[in-house]
Design a protein around this ligand. Structure first.
Ligand SMILES: O=C(O)C[C@@H](Cc1ccccc1)C(=O)SCC(=O)c1ccccc1
Ligand SMILES: [Zn+2]
Length: 171
């Protein structure tokens, strides 16, 4: 089912998510809800905490074509190598709607994770997939892309969302 998104300044976004643990029907249902919610947003990635579940589960689909979807599920993903070369990407976040900022991250990463069959995998990612997986693993550690921006920019967006939350209206 499409689940409601957790939006800044909700403090749950600052939690460190717990290990996903063994692949159970509950984890499979969580991954299915995350993919459905991600496609509905739309987004190219989602971390479980963004639908309020503090577990180290990430879904990503960087295929641009709705008819050729390539859903990926990562359980307990870890970056085991990052390139020296960096790349700047104008990032957004489904939990910080309508705010974008330039973030510099390693251009390529190698990621170890378990898939929904419980199998250990290791992939090397570049381009949008590399940027997205780093953005999602940040979410698992309570880090948001605005934390990589200047303090000035970060304070501005936190103030804006705190005010909107107080007025109880969308940002
Ligand atoms: O908040 C999230 O984790 C989702 C976020 C992940 C992300 C991907 C790439 C760069 C930065 C962050 C998003 O998916 S933002 C929406 C987005 O990037 C997008 C949406 C539709 C089509 C293409 C891109
Ligand atoms: Zn995000």
């Amino acid at each position: 089912a499409v689940r409601p998104l957790v939006i800044l300044p909700d403090s749950r976004l600052r939690l460190r998510s717990e290990p996903a643990g063994p692949v159970t029907d509950e984890i499979r249902k969580l991954a299915a809800d995350m993919l459905e919610t991600m496609y509905d947003a739309p987004g190219v990635g989602l971390a479980a905490i963004q639908i309020g579940v503090p577990k180290r589960v990430v879904t990503i689909d960087t295929s641009k074509d709705e008819n050729a979807r390539e859903p990926r599920v990562f359980l307990d993903p870890e970056i085991v190598w990052s390139s020296e070369e960096k790349r700047v990407y104008d990032e957004g976040c489904l939990s910080i709607p309508e705010f974008y900022g330039e973030v510099e991250r390693p251009d390529r990463v190698r990621v170890r994770f378990r898939d929904l069959d419980g199998k250990e995998q290791e992939i090397e990612a570049d381009g949008l997939l590399a940027t997205c997986i780093q953005h999602e693993i940040d979410h698992l550690n309570g880090v948001l892309f605005i934390d990589h921006l200047s303090k000035l920019k970060r304070d501005r967006v936190v103030k804006k969302f705190a005010k909107a939350a107080k007025r109880g209206e969308a940002a």
